[in-house]
Design a binder for this molecule. Structure first.
Ligand SMILES: [Zn+2]
Length: 455
């Protein structure tokens, strides 16, 4: 099967970071050719090639979210204005504990809908302790790509009893999920071993999870140094800085993704850069939860790979808004308007995410041989015009939102075409999310935020 995306403005993110007008030829699940219009290589489609006219539109590599919790999409608006440890103890953990397989699937499908609609094609997701099969099933059905793993927790204050796992049982369930799902759907779905964070995991669990990941060649995915309360808990228990503790236990290296990495001393920054550990920066989450500012520009300058993640129940799951947020946050942090310029921010969301996933050869740019994961944007909208004389990359990073996205493709297959979902029913998805959310709140005996307009 061949598809020709004809005549778009291509932000390739290739080695030369070329931006050109041309065609993208997709053959089955991969990009077969990128054909600039100005070098005369006009592709003459045969009868088997479907031609999709994208002239006047902008084509970008699909965005990668390097840290997410699709299990929390149902909880947005129910845990506002709280800092991390209260956010977890008072709302998020009790709500996660009240999930069923059906409500977890409803949450994952709601998140998938928003991700597809905003040009995200891949995600690295940490589920909740239970019902991880439901997440994989939804991702198999909706067509998104990613690394997924059940959250692992076996200790910690105020953890609901349903979420405090027996260490051996938690490891057994993780092994079962790896056997069932790793490399499913032609390698589109993979497993990442995901202990939640140091305060929720015994040393035995952390070390066993590390060994399980390394024996199976999987990514390790956890949170690190997001919040001062969190690192105080780690320092009280381990008598060392959080990233040093993680480093001592083997949670650094090219197969490790650490979300947040805000509160780092200089030595910890060096550890991350020198070991090739991937940092998943979550700017909307970090600002809304008053966590702080990750030193992204500094980490990049030191040679660390940084990617972007939407994290959990922080209102939107619009990958394009998050790229802008990442860029402007660094400007505010450093008082330097040139910090993390548009192209670098887009690198985080594409090439940085691909590297974090361990799939740099397959993802992150529009190049022949790579997977056909991409998004097509119509930039001719009130919030992203005028266009005259503008830089295409700056327009995408600073102006684009999900409203600009017209098509999203993963593995050469349209998941969203002409702003219509092809792998999920949007009306049913929204109705199911509403119903399952109410069920979770009732089951967990959790109070709504307000009586107004509650259904
Ligand atoms: Zn998170």
């Amino acid at each position: 099967m061949k598809t020709l995306l004809a005549g778009g403005l291509l932000i390739t993110m290739d080695r030369e970071r070329r931006v050109l007008t041309g065609d993208v030829l997709v053959e089955n699940d991969r990009i077969a050719a990128v054909l600039p219009r100005d070098d005369g290589q006009l592709f003459r489609p045969d009868g088997e090639t479907e031609v999709v006219d994208v002239s006047g539109m902008t084509v970008i590599p699909g965005l990668v979210q390097a840290h997410m919790h699709v299990t929390q999409a149902l909880f947005r608006g129910l845990c506002d204005d709280l800092a991390l440890m209260d956010w977890l103890r008072e709302r998020t953990w009790p709500m996660e504990a009240a999930h069923t397989a059906e409500s977890n699937a409803a949450s994952a499908r709601l998140a998938a809908m928003e991700l597809i609609r905003s040009g995200t094609t891949s995600l690295v997701d940490m589920g909740t302790t239970l019902h991880e099969d439901a997440v994989f099933e939804v991702m198999a059905e909706t067509g998104l790509r990613g690394l997924f793993g059940k959250c692992m927790m076996d200790m910690g204050d105020d953890l609901p009893s349903l979420m405090r796992e027996d260490t051996a049982a938690c490891l057994r369930e993780t092994e079962r999920l790896i056997r069932r799902w790793h490399m499913a759907e032609n390698g589109r779905l993979r497993y990442a071993v995901a202990p939640r964070f140091v305060p929720s995991c015994s040393e035995k669990l952390l070390l066993s999870a590390r060994d399980l990941a390394r024996q199976n060649g999987l990514r390790l995915h956890t949170h690190a140094s997001e919040n001062l309360g969190e690192i105080a808990l780690v320092e009280a228990r381990c008598h060392e800085r959080n990233v040093r503790c993680l480093d001592r236990m083997g949670y650094t290296g090219e197969d490790v993704i650490l979300a947040h990495c805000i509160w780092l001393d200089d030595g910890e920054k060096r550890i991350l850069a020198e070991t090739g550990t991937h940092v998943a920066h979550c700017p909307s989450s970090n600002t809304k939860m008053s966590s702080g500012f990750a030193p992204v520009a500094e980490l990049r300058a030191m040679g660390a790979n940084v990617a972007i993640g939407l994290d959990g129940a922080h209102d939107h799951m619009d990958g394009l808004m998050e790229v802008r947020q990442a860029s402007i946050l660094q400007k505010a942090l450093t008082h330097d308007p040139k910090a993390l310029p548009a192209l670098q921010a887009l690198e985080l969301a594409t090439l940085g995410g691909a590297a974090a996933m361990g799939q740099a050869d397959d993802l992150g740019s529009l190049e022949p041989g790579k997977k056909a994961d991409l998004a097509v944007l119509d930039m001719d909208m009130p919030h992203s015009l005028p266009a005259w004389g503008r830089d295409p990359v700056q327009r995408v990073v600073y102006q684009a939102t999900r409203e600009n996205v017209v098509h999203t493709m993963v593995d050469g297959r349209f998941l969203y075409r002409d702003r219509k979902f092809l792998t999920l029913d949007p009306v049913k998805t929204l109705a199911d999310a509403e119903k399952r959310c109410a069920e979770v709140m009732r089951r967990g005996n959790l109070a709504p935020v307000s009586g107004f307009f509650c259904r």
